[in-house]
Ligand binder design. Structure first.
Ligand code: GLV
Ligand code: MN
Ligand code: MN
Length: 440
């Protein structure tokens, strides 16, 4: 998945200014206090800012306050995406958009998504401090429900903004309690009035933590992200028969818990078979009902998350996973039903934008590599409508993420955001951008 890149300074301009790394770190720390929770399994304080909850709303308000303090003009669209514009010298030109998300998984850390948003804010603050204007406007954005763990589908806000998911479909999505996206947007005050699709940037950039071990393991300072692998999510229900644990002979049982466990093992066997390339499979939710020590589970609700860098291998894996669900149900006398809640193909990023990131990292003498993203990102949605690419920064503890141990150092964050700064400046001042970057 990676290609080596050594620090060299070939044909890239010397960086003229750098961000305030301490100010960036302080902003990240301050936002992490919103939605902070005590994590039982690690004993650490994590971040719980699940999309469209009160904590998410408080985080949104804090970031908007900072955006407005930086003089940005803030607008909210009909799916709750927040856009904040710094004017350019030529208002007729399409903006360079810098974005990510501030919602988190229920057991999150301080950096996932936040680095891209507050890194973008730090870029704006740095330009302001030094009185630097750009030809193109710069739009700093954060998008609704990137994580997808509440309403069942990831990258929701950016997918709606760029046309993959219709607004009505997004509004109608429900969480486990039956509450809709539209009702929650309205309740937290983020059902905005900007029409969907009103923004079509000249280019889209996102700085994000890698969330994996590749960069840190090889001693790289930053990653030039080549794209995002394919993702498929399923919600699966196993329906058997609930019964007394002590009195029901094995031959009488229709144990939904056993079927779910067997599927989980079979998924790992599919992965280990090597027949589906670099397939990853995760059963992240396994909920037995009634969930009582002495009751055979009559029903299990579960999820399956599949990832694959190869679209053909992903299609084959999905076909075979569905077949194994059907076969499992038949063999175990359990009814197995499923629903695909999210599906994105492998998304390649723009070559010209990647080259700009590479050149900026080289100019700063940073060790870098190209790598495909294992996680989903808003950039993969914006890539549909504009040349897009991402900068990754390494994290401590093998890049652990979706966990309170998630941590990137001040220097690691600063390296990525300095590269972001250089590339934003460069693209916001240049003319057409390579193969698909013409006006507007
Ligand atoms: C987003 O965080 C994902 O699940 O990849
Ligand atoms: Mn993220
Ligand atoms: Mn995430």
């Amino acid at each position: 998945m990676t290609a080596e890149g050594s620090p060299d300074r070939a044909d890239a301009p010397a960086p003229g200014l750098s961000i305030d790394a301490a100010r960036l770190e302080e902003s990240i720390r301050a936002l992490a206090t919103i939605g902070a929770y005590e994590d039982e399994s690690t004993g650490l304080v994590g971040v719980r800012r699940v999309a469209l909850t009160d904590e998410d709303a408080a985080g949104r308000r804090q970031v908007i306050e900072w955006m407005e303090a930086a003089g940005l003009r803030v607008a909210v669209d009909a799916i709750g995406n927040v856009f904040a514009e710094r004017p350019g010298l030529d208002p007729s030109l399409a903006p360079v958009m810098v974005g990510s998300h501030i919602d988190s998984v229920p057991t999150g850390g301080a950096y996932d998504g936040v680095l891209g948003v507050l890194g973008g804010l730090e870029v704006v603050r740095t330009l302001d401090d030094r009185g630097v204007a750009t030809r193109r406007p710069i739009v700093l954005a954060f998008f609704t429900d990137e994580e997808g763990c509440r309403f069942g589908t990831d990258m929701l806000g950016s997918a709606v903004a760029t046309g993959r998911i219709p607004l009505d479909e997004a509004y109608a999505l429900r969480d486990a309690a039956g509450t809709t996206v539209r009702d929650e947007l309205s309740r937290i005050g983020f059902l905005g009035d900007e029409p969907i699709g009103a923004r079509r940037p000249h280019a889209y950039l996102e700085c994000h933590i890698e969330q994996g071990p590749v960069l840190g393991g090889a001693g790289h300072d930053v990653g030039v992200v080549t794209g995002v692998q394919a993702i498929a999510w399923y919600e699966v229900t196993f329906r058997g028969r609930s019964a007394h644990a002590g009195t029901t002979p094995t031959s009488y049982r229709r144990d939904a818990g056993l079927s779910a466990a067997r599927v989980n093992v079979a998924l790992r066997e599919l992965v280990d078979s090597g027949r589906y390339g670099e397939l990853r499979a995760t059963m992240g939710v396994v909920r037995p009902h009634p969930g009582v020590v002495n009751v055979v589970p009559g029903r299990v609700t579960a999820t399956i998350d599949l990832r694959n860098p190869d679209d053909g291998a992903m299609e084959a894996a999905e076909r075979d996973v569905r077949a194994l669900l059907a076969a499992r149900g038949e063999e175990d006398g359990v009814e197995v039903t499923w629903r695909r809640t999210a599906r994105t193909a492998m998304v390649p990023f723009d070559g010209a934008v990647m080259d700009r990131i590479d050149a900026a990292a080289a100019a700063r003498g940073l060790r870098r590599t190209r790598l495909l993203s294992g996680a989903g990102h808003d950039a993969q949605e914006w890539a549909r409508v504009a040349p897009a690419a991402m900068v990754f920064v390494p994290g401590e503890h093998d890049g652990i993420s979706h966990n309170p141990r998630e941590h990137s150092t001040r220097e690691q964050c600063a390296n990525g955001v300095n590269v972001l700064l250089d590339v934003v400046r460069r693209i916001a001042d240049d003319g057409p951008l390579g193969r698909d970057g013409g006006e507007p």
